[in-house]
Structure formats: structure tokens, C-alpha cells
Design a protein around this ligand. Structure first.
Ligand code: BYC
Length: 329
């Protein structure tokens, strides 16, 4: 199903639970099994903390960088109504990153350290935001299908084990559902518009299809972290299962609009009804997430400039915090 992609067994596996107290570990795992939430002051294994920081931090970076491809279209939106809606969406995405950085901070990594790791290229963020939004139709496809992908993933994970992350995801998903409706409305408008508008939206879908397949992460046979994250209910389904859930929900809607996807091997298994996709070029996925995508350098450069331009505001806020602690008489 995925070309020649396979797990490499050459790396020796480290014991991720080395040094953990077996009794506390058993108690922690039993709590998760009972469906209870883990809160910041509860005991947790080091690996649970490390994995959560990695995943929530990547998610926060994805939101802040994710505002950029659509953000470039605010000034070029085709009507005042569309401009207002797009501005609200971009603002929401920036709000999501605040919620997520807050959730990650409860695990002990400071926001400054997270931002720094993003800016020096140490931390990852979602592959999809390293591609350009070439036309207005690209923003429509992003808002519909990338937000739909995010909802599939985040609604499931909001039922997970870490309290602060789950609560942030619940709020985020409510806003993403508005984004999805907005994106779908845009896509329908273009798909039922002039032949040129139809062509534009089909081209945008062709450009975004493979990155969207990559969005859910590499196949389960290759996913490094999936097994432990699912055991500890951080991820509520595997990458392939999330991808399948998206395909089942959204392929019929795409076809209903008379649009196609650029995958000649795509078919539905007659017995299982599972969608089987062709190889979406996993080499490209790994190149992009490791820094060599069409827009990686540009995206980080924009964030670095924003960080530098905002430094004086953060300095001023820090100074004023002291002023506010002095009681007014
Ligand atoms: N992009 O072991 P695996 C949004 C990395 S933003 C980049 O399967 P895991 C929106 C992975 O990190 C929402 N990297 O990983 C915003 C790992 O590398 P490291 C974004 C990826 O964690 C604005 C390696 O590949 N969503 O919706 O078990 C506007 C091996 O992977 C990707 C989230 O962040 C990727 N797509 O599963 C519009 C959801 N996939 O860390 C919309 C939260 C994998 O070892 N995250 N990698 O160096 C997750 O659910 C999981 O982390 C993933 C990956 C499913 C993404």
C-alpha cells in the first residue's frame, strides 16, 4: 500500500520505562484504563511527560505557522464578507496556539524554550504548512479539508488522558467546526461557479491531496511513537485509522461535488469497505518535515521576524507586571 516504506530495525530500542517505580507506574496506568484524567500535579512517568511535551508543542507550532498560508490571502479575499471570515479564522488559529502552549507549559517546558526550538528548526510542525497557498481556491481547500483532518484527529484525542490537552482540544474543535463550514461553503461556491472557478478548485485539491494524506502521520508500520501514545491514551487511534476515518467521511463529499482526487490507485475494498490509497510519496513527507519543503525557510523567517518585532512588547509587559502589583491608593 505504501510502496517500499518499511520499519528500520537498525536502531537499538532504549527502555523508555527504565528507573520508573513499578507501583506508581501500575497505579498511573490503571487510572488511565479507568478513563480518569491525569492532571499536571499528578505523578507521571518521564516518558509520558516527554511525549506529551513533544506532541502538544508540535501542535502549538502547527497552529501558529498554520495561520501563515491563509493569512497571506486576507488582503486578497474576493469580498468583504470573505475577508472578515478569513480574518476571524486566522485569529482563531493564533488563539489555538496560545491554548496549546499553555497546556504544554503545565508539563514544565517554558514558552520561550518552545518558541526557541521552533525558530532554530529543532521542533517540528505539521507538514501541510510548508506548502504555498497559490490561489484563493487553496485557502478554500485548506479551510475545508485540513480543518476536517484536524477535527478527525482532535475530536478523538480530546477523549484522551491528559486533562489540560483534552480541555484545550475540546475548545479548539468547536472553533474548527466553524472553519470547516466556512471552507466547505467556499469550495461549494467555487465548484458550482464558472468553469474557471471549478478548474481552480480542482487544481487546488490536486495540489493539497498528498500533503493531506501525510497530515495523519506515516503508516502504522513506520510510526515511531504511536504504540506508547495509544497505550497511554494520548493518541486515541493510529495514524492509519485516523486517515481511514477521514477518507470515509470526506471522499463521498468530494465526489458529490464532481471533484476528483489525484490518486489512480485509490479504491474501496469490496469486503471491508476500507479505502486503499496509492503511495502518497512518503519520501517527500520525510523531506518536508525535516526542513526541506517548498516553504519551510520562508515560514520560519516570517516567525523570526514576528518574534523580533514583538520583543519590545514582551519587555514592556514584563516591566508593567511589577507596576500592577503595587496597590493603587
Ligand atoms: N507533520 O511516530 P509518528 C491545524 C513526525 S494544526 C509533521 O507517527 P506521532 C490547523 C512526528 O512528529 C493541527 N511531522 O508521530 C492550523 C515524528 O517525529 P519526531 C496539527 C509529523 O506523534 C492552522 C515522526 O514524524 N495537528 O489543524 O505518534 C490552520 C514519526 O511520526 C507529521 C496536530 O498537531 C506531520 N503531519 O503521530 C488550519 C495533532 N506526522 O517528533 C489547520 C497532534 C508525523 O519523533 N499530533 N510527524 O521528530 C498528532 O496527532 C500526532 O503527533 C501525529 C503524528 C498524528 C501528527
Amino acid at each position: 500500500m505504501y510502496g517500499n516504506l518499511s520499519v528500520t530495525d537498525s536502531k537499538p530500542k532504549r527502555n523508555i520505562l527504565e528507573g520508573e517505580d513499578p507501583e506508581r507506574l501500575a497505579e498511573f496506568e490503571a487510572k488511565i484504563l479507568r478513563g480518569e484524567k491525569i492532571e499536571p500535579h499528578d505523578w507521571m512517568p518521564k516518558e509520558y511527560r516527554r511525549q506529551l511535551i513533544r506532541m502538544i508543542e508540535q501542535h502549538a507550532h502547527s497552529e501558529i505557522i498554520g495561520a501563515l498560508p491563509e493569512g497571506t490571502w486576507i488582503t486578497r479575499a474576493p469580498s468583504f464578507k470573505r475577508k472578515m471570515a478569513l480574518m476571524a479564522k486566522v485569529q482563531d488559529e493564533s488563539g489555538h496556539c496560545q491554548l496549546l502552549y499553555n497546556a504544554a507549559e503545565t508539563l514544565g517546558k517554558s514558552r520561550e524554550a518552545m518558541i526557541n526550538d521552533l525558530l532554530i528548526g529543532k521542533s517540528k510542525y505539521s507538514n501541510v504548512f510548508n506548502y504555498p497557498a497559490k490561489t484563493w481556491a487553496d485557502t478554500a481547500v485548506i479551510a475545508w479539508l485540513i480543518d476536517a483532518s484536524a477535527i478527525v484527529n482532535q475530536v478523538a484525542n480530546s477523549k484522551g488522558s491528559y486533562g489540560p490537552y483534552c480541555r484545550a482540544l475540546e475548545r479548539i474543535c468547536q472553533e474548527e467546526s466553524f472553519h470547516l463550514r466556512y471552507g466547505y461553503h467556499n469550495v461549494v461556491t467555487l465548484a458550482t461557479g464558472t468553469p474557471l472557478q471549478r478548474e481552480m478548485v480542482q487544481e487546488a485539491l490536486n495540489r493539497w491531496w498528498r500533503p493531506i494524506m501525510h497530515f495523519f502521520g506515516p503508516p502504522d508500520t513506520v510510526s515511531e511513537h504511536g504504540a506508547i501514545l495509544m497505550k497511554w491514551k494520548v493518541k486515541m487511534a493510529s495514524n492509519d485509522d485516523m486517515r481511514q476515518s477521514f477518507l470515509k467521511q470526506y471522499l463521498p463529499k468530494i465526489f458529490e461535488l464532481g471533484l476528483t482526487v489525484p490518486d489512480i490507485d485509490l479504491h474501496q475494498d469490496a469486503e471491508t469497505k476500507q479505502w486503499i490509497i496509492g503511495d502518497p510519496d512518503w519520501d517527500e513527507f520525510f523531506r518536508v518535515i525535516n526542513g526541506d519543503g517548498p516553504c519551510n525557510a520562508e515560514r520560519l523567517a516570517v516567525r523570526r521576524t514576528a518574534e523580533e518585532n514583538g520583543a519590545w512588547v514582551r519587555r514592556a509587559l514584563k516591566k508593567n507586571t511589577h507596576a500592577y502589583t503595587v496597590p493603587l491608593s
